[in-house]
Design a protein around this ligand. Structure first.
Ligand code: PEP
Ligand code: MG
Length: 568
């Protein structure tokens, strides 16, 4: 049995699909028949093009037109006459194997790209390597894995999974995923929860311990992976899967109910989404609103920026579908573990401490303004709340607000109606929490991003599994910061929510409401469970509990007390 960090709850029994386990042998070998080798090369190109086409189709269906264009770059490379002729020439002249010849040509291209001082082209060299590996694997009959086209049930095991890769997975076939790297609040983990795929990260050395096709059990409730299984164990887990399914059905009875405590204290249980495609899920679990729309996902894994029109359509869809319920749309939070190659951004040593989110928007003002124009135009279609990420100071908020007002005035001058909307900030940097009282006088709302607030409070990279022990949402140090924000909001009569992963936790939710938080925004599948928990609790008790907890000294003590009082 291997232990890992549980990031998305559930159970899975299935066969492993191991990613990245194929090492290509690039060594030069003499061959007998160069003509035959070239034929093989051409056939591999043909196959690769077919795969890229279906990959593009799949992606278009699941993630929209624009995202699918990422495969155009791959296609262009597979069709590039210079590439094809150069490889053929090496095979002919040196009477050698195609993998060596391809490697020679690709290395030459990559070298050229790396010499050009352009991050976009540097990033594109990864595409070249990607396609060349696809061609070689096709020629040698080696397996290729494209997340979007996995069409049979598997448990994916990989070193790491990028957020864009996680977003391509179809939960019907990907029963679960396990990675050696990654943290609880990495964006891949967040996507796994959104899609309802059980996931465990930080499973050290798992790649060297398993093989593709091996049947395993993933207990993503305890964070355990069972490698040797027998009939009894399988029966036991089949029962657990059934119980979980029944529990999910039972929670459906909380649809249509108010989100409140037993003594009728009302609050909102909202949903976190990354795209308008998540709305179906949001409706299914009866969210009181959208508490966080991470808009940057629309910008990832594509060749160019989404246009103002494309963004407008996306925001309008979400606002219309939810109206009159509130929709908090966060402006771009690019940087950290979310890369956007076409923005030509400088590589940073500490991307989470660098030019991220609002900082980047101030620098790339046209990108920011385009998004704001799309948002303000969409304001007419629902209950819009615009939220800025990574605000560290009051001045930063005021600067962002000024830009919003400028954009609004420009729109109004051209006859476009902008309906009332709110402007708020994510509190995810300790300085913002510490100055909440001053910032509260100028914003309409706060939403606490505990994923980053924890990362910055404990100075522990949220992507690093070895620092997972410092992800301490229940630590009194963090709770005090949250309390400061809730108190400031109360004094200034604005609302304060929590939209980090902490808000999905069934122990944390009641504590946060007790601390004075008004809204919890979470992965949609957690909403009804959370509503059920609150219907057994009294607000007066939660307030008392929250104040007792603030007197404690460690996360362990807090969890112990919460378990006693909440999970009776
Ligand atoms: C957070 O930091 O808690 C948050 C919700 O934002 P993200 O996870 O996208 O950084
Ligand atoms: Mg954040």
């Amino acid at each position: 049995m291997i232990k890992g960090v549980l990031v998305s709850e559930g159970y899975a029994i299935g066969k492993i699909l191991k990613i990245n386990d194929i090492k290509i042998d690039y060594r030069k070998k003499s061959i007998l028949d160069p003509i035959q080798e070239i034929k093989l090369f051409k056939h591999a190109i043909h196959l690769s093009k077919q795969q890229l086409n279906s990959l593009k189709d799949e992606t278009r269906k699941r993630l929209g037109d624009e995202t699918s264009h990422i495969f155009d770059a791959h296609m262009m490379m597979a069709e590039d006459p210079e590439f094809i002729q150069s490889v053929e020439k090496i095979i002919q002249d040196e009477v050698c194997n195609l993998s060596y010849a391809i490697k020679m040509v690709v290395d030459h291209f990559v070298d050229l790209f790396m010499k050009i001082d352009d991050d976009y082209l540097k990033e594109r060299s990864k595409d070249i390597v990607d396609v060349s590996q696809r061609i070689i694997k096709n020629a040698l009959g080696l397996p290729i894995v494209d997340y979007a086209t996995i069409d049979h049930e598997v448990i994916v095991v990989a070193k790491d999974i990028k957020p864009s890769e996680a977003a391509q997975m179809n939960p019907k076939f990907v029963l679960g995923f396990i990675t050696e790297e990654g943290g609880k609040t990495s964006h891949s983990a967040i996507i796994a929860r959104l899609l309802g795929i059980p996931a465990i990260v930080g499973a050290k050395d798992i790649l060297s311990l398993v093989t593709t096709g091996q049947e395993i059990i993933m207990d993503a409730v305890k964070g355990e992976i069972k490698l040797s299984i027998d009939r009894d164990m399988k029966q036991h887990y089949l029962r657990l899967i059934d119980i979980l399914r029944q529990q999910k059905m039972e929670f459906m009875q909380y649809k249509g109910k108010h989100s409140s405590t037993l003594d009728h204290h009302k609050f909102e249980l909202s949903a976190n989404i990354v795209s308008s495609r998540d709305i179906e899920h949001v409706m299914q679990f009866d969210a009181d609103g959208i508490g966080l729309f991470r808009t940057e996902f629309m910008f990832l894994d594509r060749m160019a920026m989404p246009s103002e029109e494309e963004q407008f359509i996306e925001y309008k869809k979400v606002l219309e579908a939810m109206a009159p319920k509130p929709v908090v749309i966060r402006t771009l939070d690019i940087g950290g573990d979310k890369h956007v190659p076409y923005l030509h951004l400088e590589k940073e040593d500490n991307p989470f401490l660098g030019n991220r989110a609002i900082r980047l928007c101030f620098q790339e003002i046209e990108i920011f303004k385009t998004q704001l124009r799309a948002l303000l135009r969409a304001s007419a279609f629902g209950n819009l709340k615009i939220m800025f990420p990574m605000i560290a100071t009051k001045e930063e908020f005021l600067k962002a607000k000024k830009i919003v007002i400028e954009v609004q005035q420009e729109l109004e001058k051209s006859g476009i109606i902008v309906k009332p909307y709110e402007l708020g900030i994510m509190v995810e940097i300790p300085s913002a929490a510490l100055s909440a009282d001053s910032i509260a006088s100028v914003v309409d709302f706060f939403s606490i991003g505990t994923n980053d607030l924890i990362q910055y409070t404990f100075a522990a990279d949220r992507m690093k599994e070895s620092l997972e022990y410092l992800y301490q949402p229940f630590n009194p140090a963090l709770l005090k910061l949250i309390k400061m924000v809730a108190d400031a909001a109360k004094r200034h009569q604005i609302w304060a929510g929590v939209c980090g992963e902490m808000a999905s936790d069934l122990l944390a939710g009641p504590l946060l409401i007790g601390l004075g938080i008004h809204e919890l925004s979470m992965t949609p599948a957690s909403i009804l469970k959370m509503r059920a928990v609150f219907l057994k609790l009294n607000y007066e008790d939660l307030k008392q509990l929250a104040s007792n907890v603030l007197e404690l000294e460690s996360e362990e003590q807090v969890i112990h007390l919460l378990k006693q009082k909440i999970q009776q």
